[in-house]
Design a protein around this ligand. Structure first.
Ligand SMILES: NC(=O)c1ccc[n+]([C@@H]2O[C@H](COP(=O)([O-])OP(=O)(O)OC[C@H]3O[C@@H](n4cnc5c(N)ncnc54)[C@H](OP(=O)(O)O)[C@@H]3O)[C@@H](O)[C@H]2O)c1
Length: 299
């Protein structure tokens, strides 16, 4: 049987890289990246450069590859910049998805990655049935993309997750790698006590996505880790796992950061629906961090 053909947008992002690694042994995954990094040989399958906000780019990519599955992990993810550059945020996060839908067929499995930022963060333990109320422009664009997709009669799946962290400790692309690198260099860091979430290991999330593809899952689902923690407690767990000095972590409040965008305070996602209906595995933060340690230092 021929392998399913998957167009993966945002392949070079934090989550995209894990999706590529977890899906490639099973499917024919075509990695699509934003900026042309020719010669970098980032992926085993040669990557293609596509700006999802550019309709012509998207059209020619779909014509060339006729995908069975489209995964949209591409997004303008800098939450503060989304407030100051609303045009780009809308173009990438809303128009980008619309372009992917426009050139998909009704049988294409369209998988849209979304976020806890669609909630206001007043309640926590959010299920798929809870009302949305984004506080930031980033959250608004992600919700508008969701609503657009839900209003189509296409074959769609929306997966919401929160505070993603990948295996790469070398760049400060996630909260985990930022805490790790700062403490490793004996730098003091300020970490908020009043933002609570259940951060998600990208490898685990990518495995859940793989299972959803196999089961042709449709609808809206949440996926997060088993542990609800404040950023401060998460930072302390990172320090403990990597045997770093946790006294370098200073507790502060969100208001002290003077960030441009409003953050949800309590936005942990309830994963019960995806566990019971699809049978995916979720993990504790302790397990996820130990796996990252093993991948980076024990291979
Ligand atoms: N990070 C989190 O904590 C978090 C939490 C919940 C949900 N999510 C969602 O998860 C998904 C993946 O996030 P992530 O953490 O992997 O973010 P990321 O590392 O910023 O990856 C996003 C990718 O999208 C690409 N991209 C940006 N604009 C594009 C465009 N116009 N055309 C094509 N590609 C474009 C970026 O490329 P360049 O870097 O080259 O511009 C980047 O590789 C997003 O949908 C995000 O909203 C993230």
């Amino acid at each position: 049987m021929q392998k399913k053909r998957i167009l993966l947008f945002g392949a070079n992002g934090q989550l995209g890289r894990s999706i590529y690694v977890e899906l490639s042994p099973y499917f024919y995954v075509i990695p699509c990246i934003n900026i042309n990094k020719k010669g970098a040989e980032l992926f085993e399958n040669s990557e293609i450069s596509v700006d999802i906000s550019n309709s012509n780019d998207v059209q020619s990519t779909f014509q060339k590859f006729s995908p069975d599955v489209v995964i949209n992990s591409a997004a303008f993810t800098n939450v503060d910049q989304c407030e100051t550059d609303k045009d780009t945020a809308f173009k990438v996060n809303v128009k980008g998805l619309k372009n992917l839908v426009k050139f998909s067929s009704k049988t294409t499995h369209i998988i849209q990655i979304s976020t806890d930022y669609v909630f206001d963060g007043e309640k926590g333990d959010y299920s798929e049935f809870d009302p949305t109320y984004p506080k930031s422009y980033y959250g608004k664009t992600k919700l508008e993309a969701e609503n657009y997709l839900r209003g189509t009669d296409y074959n769609w799946l929306i997966l919401r997750s929160n505070v993603l962290f990948g295996n790469n400790l070398k760049s400060n692309s996630s909260f985990v790698s930022w805490v790790y690198n700062s403490l490793k260099q004996n730098k003091q860091i300020n970490v908020v006590t009043d933002q609570i979430s259940n951060p998600t290991w990208t490898t685990a999330f990518a495995q859940a996505i793989r299972q959803c593809i196999i089961m042709k899952t449709k609808g809206l689902f949440h996926y997060g880790s088993d542990d609800k923690k404040s950023r401060l407690d998460f930072a302390r767990l990172i320090a403990k796992t990597f045997k770093l000095d946790e006294t370098l972590i200073n507790p502060i409040l969100t208001k002290d950061l003077n960030q441009i965008a409003i953050r949800p305070f309590n936005s942990d996602l309830n994963s019960n629906k995806i566990i019971s209906e699809i049978g995916v595995q979720t993990y504790t933060l302790d397990y996820s961090l130990k796996q990252i340690k093993r991948i980076n230092f024990e291979n």
